[in-house]
Design a protein around this ligand. Structure first.
Ligand SMILES: Cc1cc2nc3c(=O)[nH]c(=O)nc-3n(C[C@H](O)[C@H](O)[C@H](O)COP(=O)(O)OP(=O)(O)OC[C@H]3O[C@@H](n4cnc5c(N)ncnc54)[C@H](O)[C@@H]3O)c2cc1C
Length: 419
């Protein structure tokens, strides 16, 4: 194997394999350098091993689900959006199915099938993949990028280098933030990197007692002096605090606010469909029905059993109190807690435990048309290494594929023009 190529791709993850395949398919000689012993480790564990590979919604809706610089991806997602990704997977022999919330999974429910298809596409298009090879330096001269140096000292030359090293979450998959160091060393700005889509640790200990309990159809608000964010849906109690879809989405704001040093409170509306008067009426009916019971045994129609003592304690009510002795004021205090059960967010779990990183190489320094650096000609950056992050639902992978597609096409096209 030679050491000079048209295009080098650093990182054989979601974005890298797509970029490599596209560049090679356009006629470029492509070498992919991957530091792990296997390609696309993160894709292989994505979606709990099932890989939520994209979301079958219109491009505008994809962009709405990318709170971290979604606008930067407008062109890329319109060029290579969910429909194009489904066509790509079908052509690679990966049938897909659409589940709740338009989430797309392989019919096989096997993330390896997606990763293998990406690897196969890159190889079949002509790209060479070298595993177990970490890139430690980007080489440049006055004209732009000229190649890379690997950890073992090997130098590879190319006039175009696509950096797809991912973010900093789940470092065991190989994404350890190397791309931020590589890009910063050639002059790029790296915005502060924080976890997103990550569980939250609470100051209160009582969530531990409810570990494993999922609340459905609740409204969860996060409030700080810097803003307010609300999500409706499921909340999961864990041995350290809270998780589940509402919390993962809210964690993006929580991480930013906590990093700014302000306190963050969580308010859980356990009965968002009932306004306070309707809820009071409901309590009165339940209390009439169970008037001879102790209050802890008279709320099972309203709440999961395990949550009852927590709610009663928050309302300052003795769980042994006979229901017929509960005063109007006590009932109203209880209704108030049902509409506003509070927790204090102590911290997010660390970046290593997050699904994605928010922050990364500044998108201001990258051309959104082709992901090329505005600072170093011939250098492209795509995927989670950039300051781009999305919500759950298949949007992070879709973003990575769209960026990889744009960079790979552009690099392949350019190498054809220069040869
Ligand atoms: C547990 C988990 C589940 C997820 N589930 C989903 C999901 O179902 N749907 C979804 O849309 N998103 C999901 N995501 C997010 C999604 O997987 C990532 O956003 C996406 O993989 C990012 O793609 P990427 O190509 O930028 O980086 P990665 O896929 O992380 O690939 C980066 C590659 O670069 C390599 N690399 C790093 N440094 C170097 C170096 N110095 N030299 C050579 N190679 C290097 C790494 O080893 C890795 O192979 C999940 C993430 C996690 C952690």
């Amino acid at each position: 194997m030679g050491t000079t190529f048209d295009v080098l791709v650093v990182g054989a993850g979601a974005a890298g394999l797509m970029a490599a395949g596209q560049a090679a398919a356009a006629g470029a000689s492509v070498l992919v350098l991957e530091k792990m012993s296997q390609t696309a480790r993160k894709v292989r564990i994505s979606g709990k091993g099932r890989c939520n590979v994209t979301n079958l919604c219109p491009p505008t809706a994809v962009l709405e689900n990318i709170p971290g610089n979604g606008r930067f991806l407008t062109g890329a997602i319109h060029k290579f959006g969910p429909e194009a990704m489904l066509d790509f997977l079908a052509a690679e022999g990966v049938p897909t199915k659409v589940e709740r919330g338009d989430r797309v999974f392989p019919v096989s429910d096997d993330a390896h099938q997606v990763a293998n298809a990406l690897e196969h596409f890159a190889k079949r298009s002509g790209a060479i993949i070298r595993l177990g090879t970490a890139v430690s330096k980007l080489l440049t001269d006055a004209t732009g990028v000229t190649g890379v140096r690997c950890g073992d000292g090997t130098v590879y030359r190319a006039a175009q280098v696509i950096v797809c090293t991912g973010g900093g979450s789940y470092p065991g998959t190989g994404s350890t933030g190397d791309g931020w160091t590589l890009a910063a060393a050639v002059g790029h700005t790296v915005t502060p990197t924080l976890p997103s889509l990550v569980p939250l640790r609470t100051k209160e200990r009582w969530p531990t007692d409810l570990s494993g309990l999922t609340l459905r159809n609740v409204s969860v608000s996060l409030v700080s002096s810097l803003g307010r964010d609300v999500q409706f849906g499921e909340l999961l109690f864990t041995h350290f605090g809270v998780s589940g879809p509402t919390v993962l989405t809210l964690s993006r704001s929580a991480a930013v606010w906590l990093a700014a040093g302000v306190s963050v409170d969580m308010h859980i509306d356990l009965k968002p469909a009932l306004d306070p008067d309707v809820l009071d009426g409901r309590l009165q009916r339940d209390f009439a029905k169970y008037s001879r019971k102790q209050i802890k045994n008279g709320m099972n129609d309203l709440l999961p059993q395990a949550l009852i003592p927590i709610v009663l304690a928050a309302a300052d009510l003795s769980s042994e109190k006979p229901i017929h002795q509960v005063t109007k004021e006590e009932r109203q205090a209880l209704a108030k807690v049902l509409k506003d059960l509070r927790l204090t967010v102590a911290e997010t779990l660390p970046l290593a435990a997050a699904i994605v990183t928010q922050g990364g190489v500044s998108v201001r320094e990258v051309n959104p048309k082709n992901m090329e650096s505005r600072l170093v000609p011939g250098l492209y950056l795509c995927g989670e290494v950039l300051d781009v992050d999305a919500l759950t639902g298949g949007f992070n992978l879709q973003a990575a594929f769209a960026m990889g597609y744009a960079a790979g096409k552009a690099a392949g096209q350019r190498s054809r023009e220069t040869t």
